[in-house]
Design a protein around this ligand. Structure first.
Ligand code: TXA
Ligand code: MG
Length: 335
């Protein structure tokens, strides 16, 4: 069979919107444009954090409410003090251990960070990605990058350049290719209250690892409806197909006759006649499971299913962040 290259305009756009040209990304960002960038957690939709008209475009393209603040991304730990002040001792400690990496610190911002980025909060979220492509890009730039996950607001975060292209490809000039994300879940977000570490979002660094470095039991914020941190909203990271959570064989019985997909942490349930199955990690490995979660949810969402049934991961290590994302994906949408 002879295959020919399809050169219709939409295909051409797709061909050129994804690429590996860091120089091109640098130029676009310097001129106030958006570029989707790979990080080790998920792909981000980046703009010059110090340029308000560039940052506004992020909110527009994502359809994100302005009350939802953005994380800023820096090239190295040394730059944190350029943008923040009164850094607590425990923040230094965590930065030394986990940065670059999937950790975000909430710190007091300096005036140079626009209020638009922090949605008026005196705190700014700081992250140093360890993906070699985002590192190389940040090293070329003279400003930090504001970057939320590169998905429409409320949907699943992208873990490949193709995921970004499918949803935002028509709206942004360039997507930097960096391969599938190694971690696959967003960063863990921590803040500091009375010199104690408080977790605001479970993510790519397990709480147990933070506890052992911080030398304290971690306090978790429980508010799920605080509008100042929508990543914690009950319904978020959600596919269009309804998701129900619990014991897979039990739930299966109540959906007989429907087109069912499953997300199972480990057990493949070979005897269940389902239309599509995503097994996060047959060997029960948390990192492998985390890496597969969002791409698995996206794939299931493309299979025209009536329902996705999923079970919980064990509630420890990255299993906690996996369960957090599953429960938000399963939560009924209020909008
Ligand atoms: O791994 C990640 O963190 C990815 C990559 C691209 O870095 N970014 C990411 O960004 O997940 P986003 O915007 O999708 O989620 C960031 C979360 C939001 O829930 C936001 O409300 C919260 O961080 N956040 C950001 N700045 C904050 C601030 N100043 N105070 C409280 N929460 C903040
Ligand atoms: Mg997000």
């Amino acid at each position: 069979m002879v295959s020919t290259l399809d050169l219709r305009p939409s295909t051409l756009k797709t061909l050129f919107v994804i690429g590996t040209d860091i120089y091109k990304a640098t130029q676009l960002l310097e001129s106030g444009e958006l570029v989707a960038i790979p990080t080790e957690t998920v792909y981000g939709l980046a703009a010059n954090a110090l340029n308000e008209s560039a940052v506004v475009k992020i909110f527009e393209v994502k359809n994100r409410p302005f009350f939802d603040p953005l994380i800023i991304h820096l090239a190295s730990v040394d730059q944190i003090s350029d943008y923040t002040r009164n850094i607590p001792e425990k923040a230094h400690l965590l930065a030394r251990h986990f940065m670059p990496g999937p950790l975000t610190l909430l710190l007091k911002k300096k005036d140079i960070i626009p209020d638009l980025v922090t949605a008026g909060s005196p705190l700014v979220a700081i992250r140093i990605p360890r993906h070699p492509v985002s590192q190389a890009l940040l090293e070329q730039l003279s400003f930090p990058l504001a970057a939320p996950s590169a998905n429409p607001f409320g949907y699943i975060s992208p873990t490949t350049a193709q995921h970004v292209e499918q949803q935002l490809g028509e709206l942004i000039p360039y997507i930097l290719e960096g391969g599938p994300c190694e971690v696959g879940l967003e960063s863990t977000i921590v803040g500091f209250e009375d010199e104690q570490v408080v977790v605001f979002r479970k993510g790519g660094i397990p709480i147990e690892a933070i506890e052992s470095v911080a030398g304290q039991a971690i306090v978790q914020t429980h508010s799920s409806s605080n509008p100042s941190s929508p990543g914690r909203l009950e319904s978020h990271y959600a596919p269009a197909t309804p998701i129900v959570l619990g014991d897979i064989p039990e739930l299966y019985k109540s959906y007989v006759g429907k087109k069912i997909g499953i997300i199972s942490f480990q057990n493949p349930y070979p005897n269940l006649a389902v239309s599509a199955r995503v097994i996060l990690s047959e060997r029960g490995d948390y990192s492998e499971a985390a890496k597969n979660l969002f791409s698995g949810m996206r794939w299931l969402d493309e299979q025209s299913l009536d329902v996705i049934i999923a079970n919980w991961a064990p509630e420890e290590h990255l299993g906690r962040a996996i369960n957090d994302r599953l429960s938000r994906a399963a939560a009924k949408r209020s909008h």
